[in-house]
Design a binder for this molecule. Sequence first.
Ligand SMILES: [Zn+2]
Length: 280
Amino acid sequence: MKTSHHTADNIAVYMYHHISDQPDSLSVTARRFEQQIRGLASDGYTSLGAEDFAAFMRGEPMPKKSVLITFDDGYLDNWVYAHPVLQRYGFKAVLFTITGLIGDGPVRPHAGQGKALPALYSHKESKQRMFGPEPDSVMLRWEEIHEMLKAGTFEIHSHTHTHKRWDTLCSSVEEKTQRLHDDLLASRDTLNRRLGRASGHLCWPQGYFDADYQRVANTLGFDHLYTTDAYGQNKPGQNISHIYRFAVRNRSDGWLRRRTWLASHPTFGPLYNNWKRRPA
Ligand SMILES: [Zn+2]
């Protein structure tokens, strides 16, 4: 039987967007990403899936060195660069996809196959393309997602269907909640239709949520809600409508090791988080 000494006290949740060779605040280079994953692997870390994480939040024990790796949006570069690295080290990540922007077509090459790779774009250009006429040039295809699922490198969960900020686009609470409801329902239906299942794990576009948002999500069966709030620990019994995540930067595996240690330390973690959250 496991003792509490061998059980994680809390679990750090990472947030990535792009793995690409155009580093910016939302992009980590392929070389850095490999360093980071290799570092976690050699330190004895395990990457959990969403079900494991949910079980942990319900009170089930998980290995002391557990992390939950998440990606937002569903970019093509996740297939090109992140998938082969996760596969090499036996790691998995949770991908929150904007289900309405995922296309169809043949599987494109990924790194390590010795083939010419598809063109990849900066986050800024990706944003213009994904919400413009060419989402397919920067976003994943369902065929690539099937390959990721088969390999066990990525799980697919919802990041809404449109990524729209209904709170800023609607003039009344009724309209906002109706549009969000339709958006989440479309995402859930798309996942069910394309993958045969949708989960209760949802990540908010741009990290925005309010009490109306949470209520709408809950009525559609989304109970694990992922924020962009970095400064808090995910502990058993805590509010699963407010899961903390921190962004992984284009920095060394040593930086990630220290950041993870600090985030999950039972004493220093809360001290650090309180200090970061202090009023300016
Ligand atoms: Zn997003």
